[in-house]
Design a protein around this ligand. Structure first.
Ligand SMILES: *Cc1c(COP(=O)(O)O)cnc(C)c1O
Length: 426
């Protein structure tokens, strides 16, 4: 099926036949994903109906942004979806790192301690916390930090967490997605168990979850299993590929107020912040997010199936339950990693003629190759891949606004590997 049009992309019959065979095996899995997306879609519509979203919400605002009805209602919609008392959803929050940094700086005071009970946090958080020395880090403000490693089987080390907690412990940061580490991502249920344990030690400890890449993947969000603050980026899942920037924090009313004071100014808080003309994209992106996330998930599972059955290590594997949209494929050589990324690039609607090359990116200790042809710069809910050029030569890829595009990109990656004789089809 569709062979003729695929051939226009340079895909050969053996690659198409191999993919078709894998796809046939995946249909029960895809049905599950569609059913979950349906539930999430209905949840979003219900929240928008309840907030009485109307055309007035899409009007552009400027200046101070007092009485920005669209902004206020959007925050109400997020709070409804995440089942929280309040939410802060703003274009002034520049990205996921900013949203997380904002929440941490808003809550923590000199002398307080932050604990990560799930091992090291996402790369960019290291400067925020001060694990890597940085100006304006939490460390510079006198906030101490402890990190509890996961056990060898990647479960939570409850004993070590209990021992680490003291009177100083104000907050815990829990990262849902594995990010670029070799550990599984956590299910919302696991996160709920961890939070319940922390609260049993001291109910006042504020639990924040870094929800990046996790939104709409499970039926529940971390805020529904006890997280006080749930934080993410609109350039990922909840932006639905349409939000051109932004981040969100959903949670307890008093904490959201503190975050708003930190973002704008004490006293002003949520009352200011013009949305200019971005609100239609925020609303429509959120509306699209459940099916966009489903498309990205299908792409991740499809790639896992293709490469697992060619003998490569994939994380997660093709049958595992998913808790985020990231797929890691260990290709074992620099040549293969580069070919994979070139294939993804060649399948993009934007910048398809560009050839990605490894480069010495700031903040990394080895060359990194990145493939993306995105409508929103740097967007990782759009099909994209990146890989550090070092052992074990794993490529991380994620996204896909539509399933047909995710499929095309993955087929192009395999075709590139086949063309360069770097893999052999069975
Ligand atoms: C992407 C990501 C972040 C940071 O988000 P940016 O928008 O890139 O700043 C933080 N944590 C995790 C787990 C992420 O995936």
């Amino acid at each position: 099926m569709n062979q003729e049009i695929y051939q226009k992309f340079g895909l050969t019959e053996p690659v198409i036949a191999y993919a078709d065979q894998k796809l046939a095996e995946l249909s029960p899995r895809f049905l599950q994903i569609d059913e979950r997306a349906e539930r999430a879609q209905l949840k979003v519509i219900l929240a928008m109906q309840k907030a009485r979203v109307d055309a007035a919400c899409f009007a552009a605002t400027n200046g101070y942004g007092y009485d920005d009805i669209g902004r206020d209602k959007l925050e109400e919609v997020y709070a409804c979806i995440f089942e929280t008392e309040d939410a802060l959803v703003r274009p002034q929050i520049t990205c996921g790192t900013h949203a997380l940094s904002l929440a941490l700086h808003a809550v923590l005071r000199p002398g307080d301690e932050l604990i990560s009970p799930v091992g090291q946090p996402y790369e960019t958080l290291k400067s925020v916390i001060g694990i890597t020395p940085a100006r304006n880090s939490l460390a510079e403000y006198g906030v101490s930090y402890q990190q509890i490693e996961l056990k060898p089987d990647f479960s939570f080390d409850y004993d070590a967490i209990r021992k680490a907690v003291s009177d100083k412990t104000k907050m815990m940061t829990i990262q849902r997605s594995k990010g670029y580490q070799v550990r599984p991502s956590f299910s919302v249920q696991q996160i709920g168990e961890l939070i319940a344990f922390i609260k049993s030690l001291n109910p006042n400890i504020i639990c924040m979850v870094d929800n990046c890449y996790g939104e709409f993947v499970d039926d529940l969000e971390p805020s529904q299993v006890g997280a006080d603050l749930t934080v993410g980026s609109l350039i990922k899942n909840p932006g639905g590929g349409l939000a051109p920037m932004g981040g969100y924090i959903a949670g307890r009313k008093d904490l959201i107020e503190q975050c708003a004071y930190m973002l704008t100014s004490p006293g002003l808080g949520k009352e200011v912040g013009a949305s200019l003309s971005v609100l239609p994209a925020f609303y429509q992106g959120l509306f699209m997010a459940p099916t966009v996330t489903a498309a990205a998930l299908k792409g991740a599972i499809f790639a896992a199936a293709l490469y697992e059955d060619l003998g490569f290590d994939v994380l997660p594997n093709k049958t595992e339950e998913r808790h985020d949209i990231i797929q890691a494929v260990t290709l074992g050589s620099a040549d293969r990693v580069i070919a994979f990324c070139r294939g993804i690039q060649a399948g993009a609607p934007v910048d398809s003629y560009v050839t990605p090359e490894p480069w010495d990116m700031p903040g990394y200790d080895c060359p990194v190759i990145m493939a993306a042809g995105a409508f929103v710069s740097g967007s990782s809910i759009e099909l994209s891949a990146d890989a550090p050029i070092r052992e074990p030569y794993a490529v991380y890829f994620q996204g896909g606004l539509t399933w047909p595009h995710a499929k095309l990109g993955i087929l192009k990656s395999l075709q590139q590997l086949v063309d360069e004789r770097l893999v052999e089809l069975p």
